[in-house]
Structure formats: structure tokens, C-alpha cells
Design a protein around this ligand. Structure first.
Ligand SMILES: NC(=O)c1ccc[n+]([C@@H]2O[C@H](COP(=O)([O-])OP(=O)(O)OC[C@H]3O[C@@H](n4cnc5c(N)ncnc54)[C@H](O)[C@@H]3O)[C@@H](O)[C@H]2O)c1
Ligand SMILES: N[C@H](C(=O)O)[C@H](O)COP(=O)(O)O
Length: 329
């Protein structure tokens, strides 16, 4: 754990109030009790959940401009907007959930917060209750920050997997991967591996889209038409890129040891491997935003909310990384 903290607090959003987010956020008081954290969520929900779990966690109301309380978890009260029962999601809380994200992100942009960490939301709940176009924190925060492209990367130990496309139907993936989009994605990934992970010359392993990376054009053309030209241009600029390699054999120790990150073409090409390697302890980080944002590797797990069975490992790891990155920013 880092010994020094950022000067400003790190915001932690509670996620869907009926999910495990509030349960996990409460654990931060004991595990990271000296860290400058501000929880953004409904204080009544947190109180109720602590009681349900049999936890004693002192909560102190906080507003921007105030000092952080001693010995209590600071909470910027952001109403859920609906009665909340653990494990029973409702679209009526969706606007409240988005309000948490907006407060955290605007606070990062205006200098109130040093970084933000997010507990999980359920995309369908937000689509049904507030914004039918919502596809995830990553895209929501990019739009709020006015950034055209960001990159989702999940890390588990030394394994880092970034995605060329994020939350979209599988049938739309090929069209979303263009020479331009790939070059932008790789440029962001390369830059943030340098700036955030202190890798002077990052080595990136780029996966193909089709089985066996297209088998020389017999099993698809995207490798030849899109991925190879994008890599060729970036190699000329000095980037160390391998690929496109077949995804099925890319995740072997020899290749992983020779690279600092893998770029997968779509969500379920890269994330199952990453989550198999480290589910529960892995971290989701958004690269390319004008502020630091980390998150958990899991979803709302409504069936575990209020039971005490949810593991806080990923939220703690994500919070530690946000504190560490912000302290060195
Ligand atoms: N960061 C995020 O906001 C995020 C990430 C992934 C999924 N989601 C959303 O979460 C919702 C539910 O998705 P899902 O069911 O596919 O995934 P999930 O991660 O909620 O659950 C998958 C499995 O893992 C278990 N699990 C999840 N978190 C756990 C924890 N902390 N400790 C112990 N066990 C845990 C669950 O009980 C379940 O068996 C979806 O609406 C999805 O969009 C959000
Ligand atoms: N793709 C993420 C995962 O599988 O863990 C998750 O859906 C969260 O994405 P956002 O951080 O964009 O909400």
C-alpha cells in the first residue's frame, strides 16, 4: 500500500444502491481508514446496509469545500431517489445512480477530487430508468468529459488486457474497428502505459479479430485490411507492436512475458481470460480520460447484496491504484 496519499480526496461512487456496491464501500473504512476518501451515495442506504450486515461504520456527511472527518467515512449524500431494498433493483434509482457518477466526474474535472473509483452499476437498470443509451461507466464518463475515445483496460497482477471495442453487440464489432479507431486506441494505450505504469517503451500484443487471425484472408479480411495497416503506421512511429496474432494462442506465458499489455478486439475476446486469471482482485481502469478512474472487475451481484458474502478485494485494489496514481500525478 502506498505510504503517501494525494492532497485531494478520491471519490468512490456506491453504484446501484440495491447491488453489492454499498456493502463493499462500507469495508473501505476499515481497510483504508487513513486514506482521503469521499463516498458518493445515499447515506440512508449506507446506514441501512451497515445495519443489515452487522457492521459499525461511522458515517459523516460531507460537502465539497469541507475538511474530511477524523475517524469516519465521509459521505457526499446523493439521494437514491427511491426506496432501496438490497437485492431488489429498481429503475427508479437510475437517475440517482447517474447523479453519483456526474458528481464524481465533475469533481475530478474541477479539482475537488484527485481521482474517482466506481462500484458496479447495472446497465439495464440505468437504460430502463434514466438513459436508454447508457452502455457503461466508460462511455458515460468519456461523453461527460468531452473525450471522443477512451480505452478500457483490466489488469490482474502483471496481465493487462485492453479492448479495441467495449459495450456493443457482437454483430457491430467488425464495423467499429477501423484503421483510425485502432490507431487512436493504441496511441492512448501506449501513452498511458508510459505515463501511468512507468513503462518507457511498452510492448503491446495485438490480437486478430477472426479465428487464426484470418488465416491469410481465408477466414476473414479485417486483419489484412484494417489491423495490419494500422500497426504498420504506428510501428513507423516507434511503437513496439506484435500482431495481429491469433487470440486462441496469445495468452501463453512466453508471449505474455514478452509484452506489457494485450489489445483484444472485443469485450468477450479478452475479458474472460483476464477474469479467469484474477476475478475478485482485478482492476478496471479507463485510459484516455482527463482524470483517473478505476473500478471493480465485477458487476452488481444483486443476489449477494446485504448477505456479507461479497468480496471487497477488487474495490480495495481499485481504490489503492487510484490513490497511488493520484499521489504520483
Ligand atoms: N463495473 C461495473 O459497473 C460492472 C461490471 C460488470 C458487470 N456489471 C453489471 O452487473 C450486472 C450483473 O452482471 P453479471 O451477473 O454478469 O456479473 P456479476 O459480476 O454481478 O456476477 C457474476 C458472478 O460473480 C459473483 N460475484 C460478483 N461480484 C462478486 C463479489 N464481489 N464477491 C463475490 N462474488 C461476486 C456473482 O455472485 C455471480 O455469480 C449487469 O447488469 C452488468 O452490466 C457492472
Ligand atoms: N466491461 C466491464 C467488465 O466486464 O467488468 C464492465 O461491464 C464495466 O464497464 P464500465 O466500467 O464501463 O461500466
Amino acid at each position: 500500500m502506498t505510504d503517501h496519499f494525494p492532497d485531494k480526496p478520491v471519490a468512490v461512487t456506491c453504484g446501484d444502491p440495491a447491488g453489492i456496491g454499498p456493502d463493499l464501500v462500507l469495508t473501505l473504512h476499515n481497510t483504508l481508514n487513513t486514506a482521503p476518501l469521499v463516498v458518493i451515495g445515499d447515506q440512508q442506504v449506507l446506514d441501512d446496509r451497515a445495519r443489515q450486515l452487522g457492521l459499525t461504520v461511522p458515517l459523516a456527511a460531507w460537502q465539497p469545500g469541507q475538511a474530511l472527518p477524523d475517524g469516519a467515512l465521509a459521505v457526499w449524500h446523493t439521494p437514491a431517489g427511491a426506496p432501496v431494498q438490497a437485492g431488489q433493483p429498481t429503475p427508479a434509482s437510475a437517475t440517482g445512480t447517474l447523479n453519483m457518477l456526474t458528481r464524481a466526474a465533475r469533481g475530478c474535472l474541477d479539482g475537488t477530487f484527485a481521482a474517482m473509483v466506481t462500484a458496479p452499476v447495472a446497465k439495464h437498470v440505468i437504460c430502463d430508468g434514466a438513459d436508454p443509451a447508457f452502455t457503461g461507466h466508460t462511455e458515460f464518463l468519456a461523453a461527460l468529459a468531452g473525450v471522443e475515445r477512451v480505452v478500457m483496460m483490466l489488469t490482474a497482477g502483471t496481465l493487462r488486457v485492453a479492448l479495441a471495442t467495449t459495450h456493443l453487440p457482437l454483430r457491430e464489432v467488425p464495423a467499429a474497428i477501423t484503421v483510425d479507431s485502432l490507431q487512436q486506441t493504441l496511441t492512448i494505450l501506449h501513452r498511458d502505459l508510459q505515463n501511468k505504469y512507468r513503462l518507457a517503451e511498452p510492448r503491446i500484443l495485438v490480437l486478430g479479430l477472426n479465428p487464426h487471425a484470418g488465416e491469410g484472408g481465408h477466414l476473414g479480411h479485417e486483419e489484412q485490411d484494417v489491423i495490419e495497416p494500422a500497426l504498420a503506421t504506428l510501428r513507423q512511429q516507434g511503437m513496439r507492436l506484435t500482431g495481429p496474432v491469433p487470440a486462441d494462442t496469445a495468452f501463453q506465458p512466453r508471449l505474455l512475458e514478452q509484452h506489457d499489455a494485450v489489445l483484444a478486439m472485443y469485450h468477450d475476446q479478452g475479458l474472460p481470460v483476464l477474469k479467469y486469471a484474477g476475478f475478485g482482485e482485478a482492476i478496471n481502469i479507463t485510459l484516455g480520460l482527463p482524470f483517473i478512474r478505476t473500478s471493480v472487475d465485477h458487476g452488481t451481484a444483486f443476489e449477494l447484496a446485504g448477505t456479507g458474502k461479497a468480496s471487497a478485494g477488487s474495490l480495495i485494489a481499485a481504490t489503492r491504484l487510484a490513490l497511488e496514481l493520484a499521489a504520483h500525478d
